[in-house]
Design a protein around this ligand. Structure first.
Ligand SMILES: C[S@@+](CC[C@H](N)C(=O)[O-])C[C@H]1O[C@@H](n2cnc3c(N)ncnc32)[C@H](O)[C@@H]1O
Ligand SMILES: [Zn+2]
Length: 383
């Protein structure tokens, strides 16, 4: 396998060069490497470090991190090199594991970094780790049970199967997540909430609860950072944040909490039949203070996507934790009026006594606690 050196953050890593004439898709290389995921990894380093800053320092205890699906190891190698905690880099591919070993040696971090050559599910069932990172091809679903069992403090998950998560590949999404999504203007947020709903149900098997610190949908993937606590009562409380969304073609939507929720099938606004998505996560997606702490870490560190990452995290920090954003253009189309600048609409919503914010999910969208009739009245009044 031909390799080249790339530098991300403060870490220089050997990654594969695709064979000449071969398909250039990262997944076609003997060992996977996708430079486009640098932002995902930059935020990961900052978020992991921000989380560790919150943990009580205990010189007696070693904090352990596992990159369960490592490929070249770039993600975990950066954790080991830039944060310095005890790191396990695992991949079941022989080529990947060889490359990981070379990278560990080249970086001189073998005192706190180990290469592991196992099925990720076997490793995660064998051992508990303080921090578990899942960064698979496509769906993380096959690894969630083992990761939920293994994790002690922080679970970090990427999903790149946005089409199943968002309802574009409906049956595949139902099979992987045992939930029904739908594919409309807020499909990106739908994907995040379907994934979080599935993770919550997996964690509850082990009497564990999750507290989302940061969750974002960027380009073709979803990424989430979940603080984990053990306790049956906390898990019960977490499950109460699962529920359903009833959506009407008029734009009205209603959330219903609970796994056995009573969901009427007609819209309370226009009486038409609604469609239902769920079960999904209706709780918070972020903790604003954690977003700030991650931004501070990004500012301190050298990373290639700093500007973009900070901007995105500021949007996450400032967006209301209310399920499902509205798209201004869609409402304007229905009303037959032109859209105004999104900040003008948000100011007007606030002037009318509602909470309102922009959202990291989309530049033309907003979150609010106003009902659809009020939103429409305010949009028309702006004209
Ligand atoms: C998307 S790549 C990981 C990318 C890497 N985390 C990064 O940031 O560049 C997924 C990796 O998972 C490995 N893999 C897939 N299924 C596995 C399993 N059941 N156990 C261990 N490794 C697995 C593949 O060999 C591949 O290298
Ligand atoms: Zn309706």
């Amino acid at each position: 396998m031909k390799v080249r050196s790339v530098k991300e953050g403060d870490t220089e890593v050997l990654v594969p060069i695709p064979e000449e004439g071969a398909n250039f898709a990262p997944s076609a290389a003997p060992v996977f490497f996708n430079p486009v995921m640098e932002m995902n990894r930059d935020i990961s380093i900052a978020a992991t470090s921000a989380f560790l800053n919150r943990m009580e320092p205990d010189p007696e205890k070693t904090i352990t991190y596992v990159d369960a699906l490592s490929a070249s190891g770039i993600r975990g190698l950066r954790v080991a090199n830039e944060i310095g905690i005890h790191t396990t880099l695992n991949d079941w591919s022989e080529d990947a594991c060889e490359l990981i070993k070379q990278n560990i040696e080249k970086l001189g971090i073998d005192d706190h970094t180990i290469a592991s050559h196992k099925n990720a599910n076997v490793l995660l069932h064998e051992k508990h780790f303080n921090i578990v990172d899942l960064d698979p091809f496509g769906t993380p679903a096959p690894f969630l049970a083992a990761a939920s069992r293994s994790v002690i403090n922080l679970l970090e998950v990427t999903a790149t199967d946005t089409a199943p998560l968002c309802g574009a590949h409906l049956n595949s999404g139902i099979r992987k997540y045992a939930a029904l999504p739908f594919n409309n203007e807020y499909h990106s947020e739908m994907g995040v909430r379907i994934l979080l709903g599935k993770i919550a149900r997996e964690l509850s098997l082990y009497d564990k609860a999750m507290f989302p610190l940061l969750s974002h949908a960027t380009r073709h993937y979803v990424r989430t950072y979940l603080h984990i606590r053990k306790g049956a009562k906390q898990a019960d409380k977490m499950l109460k944040k699962l529920g359903f969304i009833a959506q009407c073609e008029c734009g009205n939507r209603e959330t219903k909490y609970g796994l056995a929720a009573h969901i009427g099938d007609t819209c309370s606004l226009c009486g038409k039949k609604t469609i239902i998505a769920g079960p999904l996560w209706l709780g918070d997606l972020h903790e604003p203070q954690f977003c700030n702490e991650t931004i501070e870490e990004l500012e301190l560190r050298s990373c290639g996507t700093k500007e973009m990452s900070v901007k995105m995290l500021e949007f996450c920090r400032d967006e209301l934790n209310i399920p499902m954003f509205y798209d201004q253009h869609l409402i304007c189309k229905k009303l037959g009026v032109s859209a105004s600048a999104i900040n003008i609409l948000i100011t007007e919503l606030k002037n009318n006594g509602f909470r309102a914010s922009r959202t990291h999910f989309s530049g033309t969208s907003f979150k609010t606690d106003a009902k659809l009739q009020d939103i429409e009245r305010i949009i028309v009044d702006i004209r």
